[in-house]
Write a protein that binds this ligand. Structure first.
Ligand code: PXP
Length: 248
């Protein structure tokens, strides 16, 4: 089975938050993505709610429960007590833990599983006891896989940011892809499922899924939102011209 696609709605939320208006609607665009076949929705609530607002979580949970019960809700974030209570309240299907400082612009590294084992283990245990599937954000480094497995997590999510950043340097992208592939091989052999995310786009996905045929899920926000704008721009411009009174 190909990798499932979870659409990350943070970029949409960031656009919405430019104004005190309800558009673009995070839930509305989530509905369009699910109706088009996406397998799930992801949000990354941060303490200052600068992208996803806490109120979005209840709306997305209701959207999935009421209209797309086969889809999955994935919530990612740094596991503060506040974050853990938020996920316990809104019951996503999967919780992806990232090690970023809450003030950081975007996640840009995986966990140090060896150094942070004693921090992660009780949190993973608490989430699993609560019935959540747990995924931990991981750098492409096969040496970290045994410690990742020892946390008790179900999955790792490979951080593909560096791979995505080499969009105009195919040799560097190839080397990064090999590191991702080796880490995925080690994780799959250790019994962990493997997700991936960050800076994935239509151009770099085919090589990734070819190198990691066992990839379970990709979580994509920025590149997918950029494409939605690009591919929606002509039709939208025509709608606004018509609203000004121009004939079609
Ligand atoms: N996975 C994680 C853990 C992230 O923090 C993000 C960004 O919010 C993504 C995936 C999606 O990355 P992008 O927006 O670059 O597609």
């Amino acid at each position: 089975m190909p990798a499932k696609l979870s659409v990350n709605l943070n970029a949409v939320a960031m656009l919405r938050n430019r104004r005190d208006l309800p558009w673009p609607s995070v839930t509305g665009l989530g509905r369009i993505a699910l109706a088009a076949g996406a397998h799930g929705l992801t949000v990354h609530p941060r303490p200052d709610e600068r992208h996803t607002r806490f109120s979005d979580l209840a709306e997305i949970r209701a959207l999935i429960d009421d209209e797309f019960p086969q889809a999955e809700f994935n919530v990612e974030g740094y596991p503060t007590e506040e974050f853990l209570r938020l996920v316990e309240k809104h019951q996503p299907d999967q919780v992806t833990l990232v090690p970023d400082d809450p003030a950081q612009a975007t996640s840009d590294h995986g966990w140090d599983f060896i150094g942070q084992a004693s921090f992660l283990k009780p949190i993973v245990a608490r989430l699993k006891k609560g019935g959540f599937r747990v995924s931990l954000f991981a750098d492409p480094d096969p040496a970290q896989v045994p410690a990742a497995r020892d946390t008790g997590t179900d999955r790792i999510e490979l951080y593909t940011g560096p791979y995505g950043s080499y969009h105009s340097d195919s040799e560097k992208a190839r080397k990064e892809l090999e590191k991702l592939g080796e880490t995925a091989d080690a994780a799959l052999a250790a019994g962990l499922a493997v997700n991936a995310g960050h800076d994935l786009v239509v151009a770099n996905l085919p090589a990734l899924v070819k190198r990691i045929p066992g990839l379970t899920e990709v979580s994509i926000g920025h590149g997918l939102t950029a494409d939605a704008l690009e591919y929606g721009m002509s039709a939208t411009t025509r709608r606004f011209l018509a609203a000004c009174g121009w004939p079609a």
